[in-house]
Design a protein around this ligand. Structure first.
Ligand SMILES: [Fe+2]
Length: 281
């Protein structure tokens, strides 16, 4: 049976309504995502105020996790979830005394050691209370699990550990070795490669070594002091960007993108220092 003219008009109207609904839904998702990003950003800025090293570590870990996930060619939605999990992975340490963050676990007293061991579960509980972040909470809970089952809190083994947590574990340790223990990239990799298969997923760790070689090679240029207006995407930040009120805007060790450059430029009149930024390119 052929469609009549009025059937076709009704179908066209229905089609138009569906298109409008889809557009409105897309806008709602975009707004929700933007609100979520704003809240997480606020959270990380607050963490930076509480402890600048911890805030910097979480931001750098997030940026490097994102770059590593892209190197692994993981789907965009996985990269997105993993970026936010990395950004919030140590939220369970917020409010801890600085010893817990600055000392190695072997040098902590009994009660600080207990608090450190508990931080993945504390982080899980904070984030798990937000319905849309249930997956992020699970990833956070397992970021100190070791591949051989000797980690904490659940002593998971191998593939029982979420892949996202195995990735964050590697990036977390690399950042600590670079910025807490001041090791060079080669020293950090030599130390970490001994733990491939015990602490780290050996397959992921092999891929990480290829990634980091490429990542650090791109940042081996020389250091320059330049004005905020001359910054360009791809430059490697060689200093913390700190506002005059003490807030850590962007930590050292990240590769600048357009958004970060926009932030630095809009705050350029309130930056600590001489008005120039040290970058490597
Ligand atoms: Fe942690």
């Amino acid at each position: 049976m052929e469609n009549t003219g009025s059937d076709i008009t009704a179908l066209q109207e229905e089609n138009q309504q569906l298109k409008e609904k889809a557009a409105s839904l897309k806008l709602t998702v975009k707004t929700l995502r933007r609100n979520f990003q704003g809240i997480v950003q606020l959270l990380t800025e607050t963490i930076s105020l509480d402890n600048r090293f911890l805030g910097g570590h979480m931001k750098r870990t997030a940026e490097m996790t994102k770059a590593f996930c892209e190197f692994l060619k993981l789907p965009k939605d996985i990269v997105y979830v993993n970026y936010y999990a990395a950004l919030l992975h140590d939220i369970g340490l917020v409010g801890s005394n600085s010893d817990i963050i600055e000392k190695t676990i072997d040098n902590l007293g009994e009660s600080d050691r207990k608090k450190f061991i508990e931080h993945p579960v504390s982080g899980f509980e904070i984030i798990n209370s937000i319905y849309s972040l249930k997956r992020t909470a699970v990833i956070i809970r397992s970021h100190h699990e070791n591949y051989d089952g000797t980690g904490f809190p659940d002593k998971l083994v191998g593939g029982e550990i979420p892949k996202e947590s195995r990735i964050i574990h590697i990036i977390n340790d690399y950042d600590m070795n670079r910025f807490k223990y001041s090791l060079t990239p080669n020293e950090a990799c030599s130390k970490m490669s001994l733990k491939s298969g015990s602490l780290y997923d050996p397959d992921l760790y092999n891929k990480f070594e290829s990634f980091i070689t490429h990542f650090e090679k791109n940042n081996k240029g020389s250091s320059h002091n330049i004005e905020p207006k001359s910054l360009e995407p791809g430059m490697y930040l060689d200093q913390d960007i700190i506002l005059s009120n003490g807030l850590l805007l962007i930590p050292s060790g990240v590769i600048l993108d357009k958004v970060m450059i926009g932030k630095i430029q809009s705050f350029s009149s309130t930056l600590l220092g001489q008005g120039v930024i040290r970058v490597i390119y």
